[in-house]
Design a binder for this molecule. Structure first.
Ligand SMILES: Cc1cc2nc3c(=O)[nH]c(=O)nc-3n(C[C@H](O)[C@H](O)[C@H](O)COP(=O)(O)OP(=O)(O)OC[C@H]3O[C@@H](n4cnc5c(N)ncnc54)[C@H](O)[C@@H]3O)c2cc1C
Length: 475
């Protein structure tokens, strides 16, 4: 039987309201839903559906299951691996979660918030702050990414050092399964040893196992004070020593440790010329650090200053600026956050979001830079990332005299050269951005056969028709 797209759109409209079913057939422009943030992936969708609550999500998923239409769950569409955009066949439907944006409950005694998947991350942070709590997930896209997307990608961000990944912040989930049934494990429990922890399957599953519609997440006491420092150093090995020393001295108060290479900082200065110069001298590597706690600003500043002074004396850093106030601290963070934007403006870079044991990072970087010099002379490594979590964005821009478009054509070669070094050191080819469409071929190569087999069996058990975000993660 031929597929009747008009009838499908009409049925979807009857379930959730015509205004919430967008389609080219209706004259709607779907570009912002069918193209990814980085502009790498452009698909075509039969429709974009925007259900307004969990029951409507169930109804759409049941319709899709009955008519064998594939669904592509989409949050803020800020993912960097093409996970939230459809293929180019005009038969997939984007299921956009933005209208599920209610805060269902904030429990200050249990220190939890129960929020719907479409809540913007920044809104969740603000809701927490309004009751003097902290929701610690924080990343450059927080003004537009959604908590459902964060959970589906197990997002990392800049406070993993202290609070862990998204996985560590989720206590319960509500998920619409591929057959439209509701899995309700929306519990706010910190201890629950009653068999398999099913929510974990969906965290980081990138929409391939079901639609997350709500989550109960952990909150923490809001910090009263925060200090930020920026240090320059000669080598990554120094940065690794600095990390160990600062953690030792500041303990739980140490919340972020971000590495920036000189080319990454130069790129920000090039595309954001108002960015102030921070240290008098130039260094090949820089580190942005943050500490926070519930005490006074003065006490925390003094502790940070003491720790930095002893690191300066021990040779773990060469020069340092301790932000004198919140505004200067924010400017330091802006420099860090603008790297991703500057890279987008620069165009044509090949991105790698890798992780390794922190102790293995200096040797990896030496090894990989040498390999690049030999195999891809002139290529410009733009290295930065969450060194405190062993996670580097090891991005490679085209040589100055190479057309960025031509450079992109060498992605497979460059990836293989870098991932082989990562893999030899038992690292990961995706630390926090996920797999999506971008890395699924590489996943098939670098994951063991046993791991892939188990992943395929889980997918087949939950989504036997293969309708939940096909073409993502698994081949
Ligand atoms: C400037 C910038 C900075 C960034 N910094 C970081 C960073 O520091 N750390 C980091 O980890 N990431 C970072 N990212 C990547 C991105 O923001 C994260 O992956 C984020 O978690 C994606 O959320 P989203 O709502 O935009 O999801 P989307 O991009 O819409 O979707 C991502 C994946 O999740 C699935 N999905 C979305 N919502 C649901 C749902 N409700 N149920 C089931 N599946 C769903 C989609 O199908 C897709 O596979 C950054 C991106 C940008 C643009």
């Amino acid at each position: 039987m031929t597929f009747d797209s008009k009838a499908w759109l009409a049925e979807a409209g009857a379930l959730i309201g015509d205004a919430h079913v967008l389609a080219e057939e209706h004259g709607d422009d779907l570009t912002s839903y069918t193209q990814d943030w980085g502009g790498k992936f452009q698909g075509r969708a039969l429709a974009v559906v925007r259900p307004g609550n969990t029951t409507e999500v169930q109804a759409i998923v049941k319709l899709a299951a009955r008519t064998k239409v594939a669904l592509v769950p989409q949050g803020g569409n800020t993912g960097l691996c093409g996970g939230s955009t459809p293929d180019d066949g005009s038969r997939q439907v984007v299921l956009q979660l933005g209208r599920l944006n209610r805060v269902r409950e904030i429990d200050t005694e249990n220190n939890t918030a129960t929020v719907e998947a479409g809540c913007i991350l920044q809104a969740v942070q603000e809701q927490a702050a309004s009751v003097d709590r902290l929701f610690p997930l924080s990343l450059g896209a927080e003004g537009s990414c959604q908590i459902g997307g964060n959970i589906a990608t197990n997002a990392g961000g800049v406070q993993v050092l202290r609070y862990g990944n998204t996985r560590d912040l989720v206590l319960g989930l509500e998920v619409v399964l591929p057959n439209g049934e509701l899995l309700d494990v929306l519990r706010g429990l910190r201890k629950d040893n009653t068999g398999y922890d099913l929510k974990q399957l969906f965290i980081g599953s990138e929409g391939t196992l079901g639609i997350i519609t709500a989550a109960t997440v952990k909150l923490y006491p809001a910090p009263r004070s925060k200090v930020v420092a920026f240090a320059g150093m000669k080598s990554i090995a120094q940065a690794v020593c600095l990390l160990a020393a600062m953690r030792h001295q500041l303990g739980e108060r140490f919340t972020a440790f971000e590495l920036l290479s000189a080319p990454a900082v130069d790129l920000v200065h090039c595309y954001f010329p108002d960015t102030p110069a921070l240290l008098e001298a130039n260094w090949p590597w820089y580190v942005l650090m943050e500490a926070a706690d519930g005490g006074s600003d003065e006490a925390l500043r003094e502790a940070m200053q003491d720790a930095l002074m002893s690191c300066l004396e021990n040779g773990a850093l060469e020069d340092v600026l301790l932000a004198s106030n919140l505004a200067q601290g924010n400017a330091l963070w802006m420099l860090r956050e603008n790297i991703t934007h500057a890279q987008k403006m620069d165009g044509g870079n090949i991105k790698h979001d890798i992780s390794l044991p922190i102790s293995a990072i200096p040797a990896f970087v030496d090894n990989a830079l040498l390999m690049l010099d030999n195999a891809f002379p002139g290529a410009r490594p733009i290295v930065y990332g969450h060194l405190g979590d062993g996670n580097l964005h090891f991005n490679i821009a085209a040589a100055a005299d190479v057309d960025p478009g031509h450079w992109q054509l060498r992605t497979g070669e460059v990836n293989k050269a870098i991932y082989d070094i990562v893999s030899a050191r038992r690292g990961s080819i995706s630390a926090e951005h996920g797999i999506g469409q971008l890395k699924r071929h590489e996943l098939a190569h670098y994951k063991t056969a046993m791991e892939l087999d188990i992943m395929h069996r889980i997918k087949a058990a939950l989504d036997p028709q293969g309708l939940m975000n096909p073409g993502k993660v698994l081949q």
